[in-house]
Each structure stands twice: as structure tokens, then as C-alpha cells.
Design a protein around this ligand. Structure first.
Ligand code: ATP
Ligand code: MG
Length: 273
């Protein structure tokens, strides 16, 4: 962990973030996920989002990528030298911020039919102005490092194994030197050698100054890359008022609502450093 965090190096700072899912098609059941949380990440730092399954780690990461809209709060991200609130900008600016500033490696590759693997990996570099030849060379380097056999590079990854698709997704996320990178379980279905490669890619990105929020299932990976942990699911959740119909539906959907509510202040303080 860096001894002191230089505040001028903060790349992303989220404050007061709250998210409750409302299942309109299931009687309006409310699923509170997090409430009033604050987290930040500096250049060259990797913060691990940690917590049990269902705690809200992926929801938080998707919110930081503006895939989900939080109910409250702000997400300030350094874009072109200025801190911009991701929740206040126009949709075209979100696209720009995603193109140049925030990269996101989802747990599963969104497979585009008929597009060869090499083009899928090169594409984020090309849309950032890198010449096609250079982008494809970088894509080949990453695919080799991640042990995708060369005979697969000209094929669309629809038929690839889970681990192969995940490695294509990782190559796509690392081909651009994003200032901020969000990683959702990038090593979940990888073998030891490829896990090690991902650890190296993450540490190389940190050395270049990339600020990373990551979810790492694997303790070995966490140990190797994380500077600190941010515990998700330990923050107190406000009681959500349910309508009568929603309360009835909630009774029918008990397991969805069985989320532990904690009032631990110390945990929360630890998280909002
Ligand atoms: N799109 C959605 N609509 C409704 N509820 C959702 C949605 N996405 C997640 N949830 C709910 O939000 C809660 C948190 O889910 P999330 O996927 O963020 O957990 P997680 O910490 O990433 O879990 P895991 O470690 O299993 O991946 C869960 O109770 C889940 O059912
Ligand atoms: Mg998840």
C-alpha cells in the first residue's frame, strides 16, 4: 500500500453511492445493494473489491463504468486532466470516457458473431487512433502472452472455451493503456500459468500508472496485485420502505431479501479512506 496517497493522483473518486434494484416485473421487489459508500483509487494503485458472493461487487464495478445508474451519489473520474462526474455527463461523453479513460474487463466476453479474434482484440486500440498494423501487432503479442494458439486468431471466439474467451477479453482490456481499469474476476476460469500472466499484465499496468479496481476470486492473485481491500456488503443499508404489493411479493421471494444488515461504523470508516 502506498504510504501516502497523493490526492493529485486520484483517478476516480466515488462518493455517496447508493443502489437499489427494483424488480418491476416481480411485484416491485426492492433489492438494496449498497448505500452511501465512498471509494477512490490513485494512479498506480490496485484496489480489490472484496466480499461474499452477492455482496454487490459486480454491481459496484458496473456502476463505476456507468453500466448501472446509482440512485444517488457521484463518480468523479479524471478525464483529459479534469475531474468529471460520470453520472452528470451526456451519453456521448460516457462513450468518450469509456473509449479513452476507463477500460472494463467483464467476467464474460460479449461474443460478436463472425468477427475474428485478432480484430476483436485490436479494435479498442484502433478506435483510439492506433494504426491498424500496429494495433494488430499489439493484439498478436497479447494473444501469444495469454497462450491463445495462433490457429484460433482468425476465428470468431463464439466456439472458444470459457477460459479462452476470458483471455480474449483480457487481451482486449489491456491493449489500450487506460488511465483507469475495472476488472471483474479476470482470472476466474484460468489455469495457473495464465493466472500468472494476468498478474504480470496487471502489475505492468500499475507500473505505467494505471489505477485499478478489481474483483479477484483467487487469493494468490489478490496477494500479488492488490494494494488494499475495499469490503463490499459491510456498509449499513438503510431500511427500504416497501409498498404493500411489494412487501407481499417480497414475502414470496424471501431468499432475495435475506441480506445481512450491519451497523459496523469501524468497517465503514476503514472503507472510506
Ligand atoms: N440486474 C440486476 N437486477 C436485479 N438484481 C440484481 C441485478 N444484478 C445484481 N442483482 C442483485 O444484486 C445483488 C448483488 O449482486 P452482484 O452481482 O453485484 O454480487 P457480487 O458481489 O458480484 O457476487 P458474486 O461474487 O457472486 O459475483 C444480488 O443480490 C443480486 O441478486
Ligand atoms: Mg460478481
Amino acid at each position: 500500500m502506498p504510504a501516502r496517497m497523493n490526492t493529485s493522483d486520484i483517478r476516480l473518486h466515488a462518493r455517496g453511492l447508493s443502489k437499489t434494484f427494483v424488480l418491476h416485473t416481480q411485484g416491485g421487489v426492492h433489492i438494496p445493494v449498497f448505500d452511501g459508500i465512498e471509494l477512490k483509487v490513485a494512479s498506480g494503485e490496485c484496489v480489490c473489491l472484496h466480499g461474499p458472493s452477492g455482496a454487490g461487487k459486480s454491481t459496484l464495478l458496473r456502476s463505476l463504468y456507468a453500466n448501472y445508474k446509482p440512485d444517488a451519489g457521484e463518480i468523479r473520474v479524471r478525464h483529459d486532466g479534469t475531474m468529471i462526474d460520470l453520472l452528470m455527463v451526456e451519453p456521448w461523453e460516457v462513450v468518450e470516457i469509456r473509449r479513452r479513460t476507463i477500460g472494463y474487463v467483464s467476467q464474460f466476453l460479449r461474443v460478436i458473431p463472425r468477427v475474428p479474434t485478432l480484430d476483436i482484440v485490436a479494435e479498442p486500440a484502433i478506435v483510439n487512433g492506433v494504426a491498424s498494423g500496429e494495433a494488430h501487432a499489439a493484439a498478436r503479442t497479447l494473444l501469444s502472452r495469454l497462450r491463445i494458439p495462433e490457429r484460433l486468431w482468425s476465428l470468431a471466439p463464439a466456439t472458444f472455451s470459457g477460459g479462452e474467451q476470458q483471455r480474449v477479453n483480457i487481451a482486449r482490456g489491456f491493449i489500450v493503456d487506460y488511465p483507469v481499469l475495472l476488472l471483474d474476476e479476470p482470472t476466474a476460469s484460468l489455469d495457473a500459468a495464465n493466472r500468472q500472466t494476468v498478474i504480470e499484465l496487471i502489475n505492468e499496468a500499475k507500473a505505467r500508472g494505471t489505477a485499478i479496481f478489481g474483483i479477484f476470486h483467487d487469493e494468490e492473485v489478490r496477494e500479488a496485485v492488490a494494494d488494499r481491500l475495499f469490503e463490499v456488503g459491510k456498509q449499513p443499508l438503510r431500511k427500504t420502505r416497501l409498498s404493500a404489493t411489494a412487501a407481499e411479493a417480497a414475502a414470496r421471494c424471501q431468499p432475495l431479501l435475506l441480506r445481512p444488515v450491519t451497523t459496523s461504523i469501524t468497517r465503514r470508516q476503514r472503507n472510506t479512506r
